[in-house]
Design a protein around this ligand. Structure first.
Ligand code: SF4
Length: 417
């Protein structure tokens, strides 16, 4: 049977009268079917070709769905055959997600940039009272949540600095206040580093902090602060931050409480290939244990305005390589994201053919990477994201934080559960 064309698949998603509940249910079913790869992909199948003997060996493993090991991962980082690497990652990506590419409509809230850690990698954190330092009052945070685009967001992404003047009650009130005002919006808040800081500051266990935050409305957690787990690198770029084992320990605790999270890796500074591989393998091992990670996000280092500003920016080749290696090594991670804010929308779009199945969201007002010199826009509209995905030959599917398809009708938003 001939596969439906990209346009035909898209028309099926767009069809149906939104006011009619049965039509809405039908659309949700169609989107879910597509997300579950009921439709064969329409892109042409090319034969794998490479002169790199190491990639040929890895090809056999990928086709047989065998797990890649440390030497395979190193070989992937060290190959110069980008098209063969992209082929392998794209093969896995399409096996998992077909032709669908996800995005969401979200808003970032960076509630404070006051931070005691002073990481050399950071252009966002400020000492208390330093020029440009700020801490939002709760009312300011609620106002920030409500401002921006008129499109109804499905997620608030909430992270900030390590501010010693904020009591735990501030975070509890922030979450419960947002839930009260925006009951349908998913609260993805606080990195493992912030959680560990709250616990230390308030002389509580990580578990008790997480339980209190969950009771106040915490739905899931982002994956920031992981940087690079390797001790010798961490000592030079963020020595005041929790170490890699502690980061993984907070993630383990969160997952044990049913709080899903993402995971990140900051690359393109002073780390080597071995350090990146070590980082990915540690994430994969924890995921085997907890299954609590949803998405891996590689964060390309932005040196401007940091202590490490003498370092060069990452290249497009490294950015695409990082996406592809992550997709191939992290075989137990459901999703790999091309975060357009850091990669640029153009590289993120190409990454949808190099292993990524997600391009992130509208964001609306990003501060952390823009303080580090990011030249990307601070936000994109829903239509911008759809255009980027369609131009890459993928089918855009709006998701909520938990990757459930979302449909819209005027100002109403329906999550297909
Ligand atoms: S990276 Fe995070 S913890 Fe480090 S200085 Fe910046 S805001 Fe603080």
């Amino acid at each position: 049977m001939q596969a439906p064309t990209l346009d035909a698949q898209k028309r099926r998603v767009e069809g149906g009268a939104p006011e009619d509940p049965s039509a809405m249910r039908g659309r949700c079913d169609i989107i879910r079917d597509m997300a579950e790869v009921q439709f064969p992909i329409t892109v042409p199948r090319h034969c794998f070709q490479s002169e790199d003997a190491r990639l040929k060996r890895i090809y056999e493993k990928v086709i047989a769905q065998e797990r890649l090991d440390q030497s395979d991962a190193l070989a992937l980082y060290r190959t110069s055959d980008m098209l063969a690497l992209g082929w392998l990652a794209n093969h896995v990506r399409e096996r998992m997600h077909g032709n669908v590419a996800y995005f969401n409509v979200n808003r970032h809230i960076n509630y404070t940039n006051v931070c005691v850690a002073g990481c050399r990698l950071c252009a966002f954190g400020r000492k208390k009272g330093a020029p440009g330092s700020y801490t939002m009052s709760l009312e300011e945070a609620f106002k920030s949540a409500a401002s921006g685009y008129t499109e109804a967001v499905t997620e608030f992404h909430i992270v900030g600095g390590l501010n010693p003047d904020l009591p735990l009650q501030y975070y509890l009130d922030l979450l419960s206040g947002l839930k009260e005002r925006f009951p349908h919006v998913h609260l993805k808040a606080f990195t493992m580093v912030e959680i560990a800081f709250f616990a230390k500051l308030n002389k509580m266990s990580v578990r008790d902090v997480l339980l209190k935050l969950k009771a106040a409305g915490l739905d899931s957690m982002p994956g920031g602060g992981a940087e690079i787990f390797a001790k010798h690198v961490r000592a030079k770029i963020c020595d005041n931050k929790i170490d890699g084992d502690e980061w993984l320990g907070v993630a383990r605790e969160a997952h044990s409480l049913g709080i899903h999270s993402n995971a990140t890796m900051l690359y393109g500074h002073i780390e080597g290939d071995e350090d990146r591989v070590d980082h990915l393998l540690k994430l994969r091992a924890l995921q085997d244990e907890t299954k609590g990670f949803q998405t891996f996000i590689g964060l390309s280092f932005h040196p401007e305005h940091t202590v490490l500003r003498h370092l060069p920016w990452t290249t497009g080749v490294l950015d695409l390589k990082q996406i592809a290696v992550a997709r191939l090594v992290l075989d137990n991670f459901p999703h790999v994201k091309a975060y357009w804010q850091m990669l640029t929308p153009k590289i993120a779009q190409i990454a949808l053919r190099f292993g990524a199945d997600d391009i992130d969201g509208t964001v609306v007002e990003e501060k952390i990477y823009h303080d580090a010199g990011a030249t990307t826009p601070q936000g994109l509209t829903r239509q911008d994201l759809i255009r980027l995905i369609e131009a890459a030959g993928r089918i855009p599917v709006e998701r909520d934080t938990l990757y459930r398809p979302v449909t819209r009708s005027g100002s109403s938003v329906t999550v297909c559960v």
